[in-house]
Write a protein that binds this ligand. Sequence first.
Ligand code: ASP
Length: 424
Amino acid sequence: MKKLSLTSKIFVSLVLGIITGLVLHPIKGNVFVETYLINFLFSFLGSGFMRAIRMIVVPLVFCSLTVGAAGVEDVRKLGRVGVKILAFYLGTTAVAITLALGLGNIINPGKGIILSDIVTSKVSVGESKPFVDILLGMIPVNPIEAMAKGDMLQIIVFAIFCGVGISLLGDRVKTIKKGIEEANNLMLKLVELIMKLAPYGVYGLIAKTFTTLGYSAMVPLLKYFLGVIAALIIHYLVTYQGLLVLIARYNPIKFVKKYASTMVVAFSTSSSNATIPTSLKAMQENFGVSKSISSFTIPLGSTINMDGTAIMQGMATVFIAQAYGVELTMGNYITVIFTATLASIGTAGVPGVGLIMLGMVLTEIGLPLDGIALIMGIDRLLDMLRTVVNVTGDAICTLIVAKTESEIIEVEEDSFGSVEAESL
Ligand code: ASP
């Protein structure tokens, strides 16, 4: 196992977990299997890993959102362009997650798998409260208590306040700003360390699930996997191409040809951050977007605009809720849309973080985090695909803003055909 990459190890664990589960399923009532394997070994591996992930969720959310909100300073400097790009980034993310929730409710990925027997954590999804109470409940009267209780919305609100405060104070709190940025780097390092345990955690949870449920656990996982891919494709084809044609008046085929190299980088690295250089180059050289716009919107988008990630989180929430037999209320759905949009701001553009941030969405509506390990084994490929959607979204929103601001210059005609760009 030593020479394999982490991704391959997680995948091997998934397969081994499934095989172990299928072999043990017929004898699951055996005392040894039940006492020592299901309730001891598999539980220890799976729950131990999940506890380590839970450990990181609150500090990670707080640090990453504070850092994100502190960056609003640059948005202010850009005035109208800043507001426009933020509106497009957040608006499209909200659409993406709504689409995933809708599609999830059509294909019902989690129906037919009953996890409440497998996982012992308590499931209590917040009851729907009057809207005013939901709004009031977001304001923490005691931020420390909010963190201790893991109340995500309250933590988010506090983090945004801190971030905005930091940005307003500017240089006067540069040490605090640096400190939070460093704390954020530390949290990302911890994610990396905890992910080293993923192969064991995934093995434990998958083996436990399949030992208990047998083959019947296969179909829901496959449905979830295909559901995410379908939602990614629909979002790209309908939402993004729609915006591209209707607002930017750009030919979608031409767009793909000019942006293909960045899409390939996104797919192969699963990291929005890693695409910043190629994406910037493509925006400026292939599309003729002015430097003043693209040098701001592309790095910002790689940090805060994650529609593909939001789609995975929406589908995963439906999957996990259904697998625990929990009916989500309208209030829960609105909370998911809201939290996942904010989670997308807090998700760093590096591989796998979206899945950890899913913990924030699940916690907010009271679903157990153990479901995360179930889908972790198949997350790698989805991460590659959703990162393509994440960065393509940045490029299309940038193109729209540049077009509406007349910030596109004529670029030389090349093998891609003429460019429908306006000169300044
Ligand atoms: N890999 C994604 C990105 O960099 C983030 C995630 O969903 O994990 O865009």
